[in-house]
Design a protein around this ligand. Sequence first.
Ligand code: NAI
Ligand SMILES: O=C(O)[C@@H](O)C(=O)[C@H](O)[C@@H](O)CO
Length: 319
Amino acid sequence: MASPAAGGVVIVGSGLIGRSWAMLFASGGFKVKLYDIEQQQITNALENIRKEMKLLGQSGSLKGSLSVEQQLSLISGCGNLAEAVEGAMHIQECVPEDLELKKKIFAQLDRIVDDRVVLSSSSSCLLPSKLFTGLAHVKQCVVAHPVNPPYYVPLVELVPHPETAPATMDRTYALMRRIGQSPVRLLKEIDGFVLNRLQYAIISEAWRLVEEGIVSPNDLDLVMSDGLGMRYAFIGPLETMHLNAEGMVSYCGRYSDGMKRVLKTFGPVPEFSGATVEKVNQDMCMKVPDDPEHLAARRQWRDDCLMKLAKLKHQVQPQ
Ligand SMILES: NC(=O)C1=CN([C@@H]2O[C@H](COP(=O)(O)OP(=O)(O)OC[C@H]3O[C@@H](n4cnc5c(N)ncnc54)[C@H](O)[C@@H]3O)[C@@H](O)[C@H]2O)C=CC1
Ligand SMILES: O=C(O)[C@@H](O)C(=O)[C@H](O)[C@@H](O)CO
């Protein structure tokens, strides 16, 4: 892969995730071009980003060292894909999670880019081998999967195609760090990547515990939000086990016996009944009535909490 172009970043698909990426790249000082097949989406995205950045500036939560206006001046819209990608060093695809659509987008990009740009997909779980196989620039391709809401949750999963060049992974890793994100490298692709496989393992056990009448939906969520989730905001499950077992090596007898017992307990997950879905639905709608106003207020509350937790984590983590 040739050395990176000096250019900026192009966002293909200016919806929820594309807007977040645009704000993140601008916070790192990069010029950003927002492209979308719907011109109105570009207009809406620019308006939404301006509004959100002003609020972040007022609350002291804006990322990066540039001012709101300096960051906003880096972001522009472009209705022509070829024009948008001219000289770009990184292209972040953010169209809907549809394999055929994404393949079409990457085939389009493959025909018009050079050897210096990284072609990156925001896909939540589509395999790179399905997205990028057959492209001339496959070595420049990678999945960089963010977590919603990306501006507040820094994790990005970097998932390589079998032919992705190591330089592509390294460049993307460095770029993510530069914009304040927390990238992880998957060593090889797997359905659902890591975050969603973990997320779905928890979700599956959560539904089983509710299905079997062990705990209410609200208390189940509290176990994560006021229990494991707080701890996992600072140390992951493996470090937690290691600390609990005072180090794996010296206690492998106690440690492996304990782990075997725990893992044996979690048997296959039964089918979920309609009653369980109804029960979860009732509980959630009591907590947050299912209308745009309440949902927006709840999301804002969520983002404020995540930002506070992220700042707290920054203060307590060794630099
Ligand atoms: N929403 C979420 O929580 C997360 C989503 N993702 C992934 O990010 C990607 C985008 O998701 P969202 O932003 O939520 O979708 P979205 O529906 O909010 O935005 C998609 C945008 O793509 C545009 N678009 C559709 N076809 C296009 C084309 N041919 N060329 C250019 N633009 C086109 C649409 O007009 C729209 O503005 C998906 O792959 C999704 O799985 C990743 C992490 C979390
Ligand atoms: O939760 C997230 O942000 C990620 O797991 C995702 O990528 C998915 O879109 C998720 O929201 C639904 O599976």
